[in-house]
Design a protein around this ligand. Sequence first.
Ligand SMILES: NC(=O)C1=CN([C@@H]2O[C@H](COP(=O)(O)OP(=O)(O)OC[C@H]3O[C@@H](n4cnc5c(N)ncnc54)[C@H](OP(=O)(O)O)[C@@H]3O)[C@@H](O)[C@H]2O)C=CC1
Ligand SMILES: CC1=C(/C=C/C(C)=C/C=C/C(C)=C/C=O)C(C)(C)CCC1
Length: 325
Amino acid sequence: MSAPTDYLFCPLAYGSALSAIGIYLLRQYMQGGQFTTKTDETGRVAIVTGCNQGIGKETVLELARRGATVYMACRDMKKCENARREIIEATNNQNIFARQLDLCSMKSIRNFAAGFKREQNKLHILINNAGIMDCPKMLTEDGFEMQIGVNHMGHFLLTLLLLDLLKSSAPSRIVVLSSIAHRLGRIKRDDLNSEKSYDRKMAYCQSKLANVLFTRELAKRLNGTGVTVNALHPGVVNTELFRNTPFLCSRFGKLLIAPIIWIFIKTARNGAQTTLYAALDPSLEKVSGRYFSDCKQKHVGSAAQFDDDAQFLWAESEKWTGINI
Ligand SMILES: NC(=O)C1=CN([C@@H]2O[C@H](COP(=O)(O)OP(=O)(O)OC[C@H]3O[C@@H](n4cnc5c(N)ncnc54)[C@H](OP(=O)(O)O)[C@@H]3O)[C@@H](O)[C@H]2O)C=CC1
Ligand SMILES: CC1=C(/C=C/C(C)=C/C=C/C(C)=C/C=O)C(C)(C)CCC1
């Protein structure tokens, strides 16, 4: 009979142990940079859009732990209330509020901003987090293609409606959740609303490029006001964002692809780290118009460096949403 220690010499056991350690280390590495700087956010007021789940919820949780007053701006009030209750229970911060905001509707956005201004006379942090990806062709209430409508136009209107409050509360920050996908995007000057043709993947990439171009143009316009605006890629994060991505949501995807992706994909908590860094890190107080990933400044894609595209998008966004500053 062989002794149990004989297994130590079995190549198969060695191989498996080394693979398991390798997979573990790779997964740890892929979780990315952590925001560990201690800050006290007591007395600071924040809005986070689309935060009943995913990266947004984890962002609110950490803001709440640090003492901030947070307005959770969500389209589904039942999901928002549940998340709010969980966050209050976990942090004992009672200053967390749930308010309705549907970025598919300019009326809802205007109602949210007006309601917020009736309740608060300060706003220090605006986090444009809500997003959708890969959806079939749909239009918002106001006739915008859904991905450019929610991811860019809705946040454009919301930000401009809140800008006076952000300015009077300076130093204050705007954080825009973009994506590495902006690198594949192109601003379709002749068909921004995808009326001539619609490709669901490219529509997402265009909307995330719009996030970076918006950040670029807004940073210029805010120069000297004490309000900064930065964009970021949170990493590839395990959230409901993939709900419309068929190859991942199919049985095949869940059984065969998901376990491989699991190695590379961040948890929502780790996906929130770059947002928290951009919103809170004291070293970024005067940094504006930049793009971050893994809690570090990164270069934007070449399509995000065209000032004339940024100005075109700004002018179109003003036209579509009927607001200008
Ligand atoms: N996960 C990832 O790998 C990556 C994410 N990102 C970006 O991060 C951000 C957060 O996404 P993530 O947490 O991953 O995704 P989730 O799908 O988990 O969260 C998105 C949130 O946005 C909300 N939302 C969607 N549509 C609207 C709307 N019309 N009005 C208001 N809220 C809305 C959703 O609400 P509801 O629950 O009601 O649907 C949800 O709370 C997005 O901007 C996304 O583009 C960027 C790169 C990679
Ligand atoms: C398939 C596959 C991957 C998945 C990549 C994905 C799914 C990227 C998604 C990016 C998104 C959604 C950006 C959103 O804005 C990894 C993890 C790179 C490596 C292993 C193979």
